[in-house]
Design a protein around this ligand. Sequence first.
Ligand code: NAP
Length: 259
Amino acid sequence: MDLGIAGKRALVCASSKGLGLGCAEALASAGVNLVMNARGAEALEQAADRIRTEHGIEVQTIVCDVTTSGGQEQVIEAAQGVDILVTNAGGPPPGMWSDWDRDDFIKALDANMLTPIAFMKALLPGMMDKGWGRVVNITSQSVRAPIAVLGLSNAARTGLTGYVAGTARQVAPYGVTINNLLPGIHATDRADALDGGVASQKGITLDEARAERAATIPARRYGTSAEFGAACAFLCSQHSGFIVGQNILLDGGATNLTM
Ligand code: NAP
């Protein structure tokens, strides 16, 4: 399917690895020029070089922490005029409800709620002026059904979801769509970190922890960054203009919901 977005320009935050990289690669394969970002320069430059070579598109890299105001300024300056915005950042650590204090919540809210909001606030006006734009926020299945040990994530991402629900309807008249993609478990470093915690807690190996989790998923496997990226690219395409303010689960059926 021709996504109809060749020649457009996208900012994909937190995109040297994992789901962000999957989105960057899928957009690049649709002919979209990229601004990519991560804190670590080495993996980011390697990913950018590979994408340039494979897809023949322009890639600008910005090495910074997107959850800081300085980092946001750098990225927003480089991304002025983008047609597509994919927000992403690392997820908060797991823990117990009784351990988290105000600082932990502020950190999670900054990373997974206020950072994507800052990017939308800065970049939506340019899209609205052009009469076309696409925003995809990478959130989590924890928005639809809580993951108890990820209370910081549950809280911050649900806040972002509420913001998007209203804002998406305010910008839709200008040809701009905002939607959220909700990953269930995908085979990335983040999944390894979460499974590593389970493995050490239960005294089992990482492979055993993965197998246990996969067995609970109707699809009986983890998702891949490539299939996540393909869904993101579709939401950024010409075909998705009537999809507004939606929360789309990509979880292999793991969240047991009728709707
Ligand atoms: P990942 O494999 O750990 O990759 C994270 C990427 O983001 C890396 O490129 C990392 O590079 C970059 N990054 C992290 N924090 C950053 C920051 N503050 N500023 C700039 N770049 C940053 O993670 P993932 O699995 O792709 O997860 C992406 C998001 O989806 C996370 O919020 C995660 O909680 C959420 N999620 C993931 C899953 C899953 O199963 N994978 C499920 C539900 C939700 P640097 O470290 O070099 O900065």
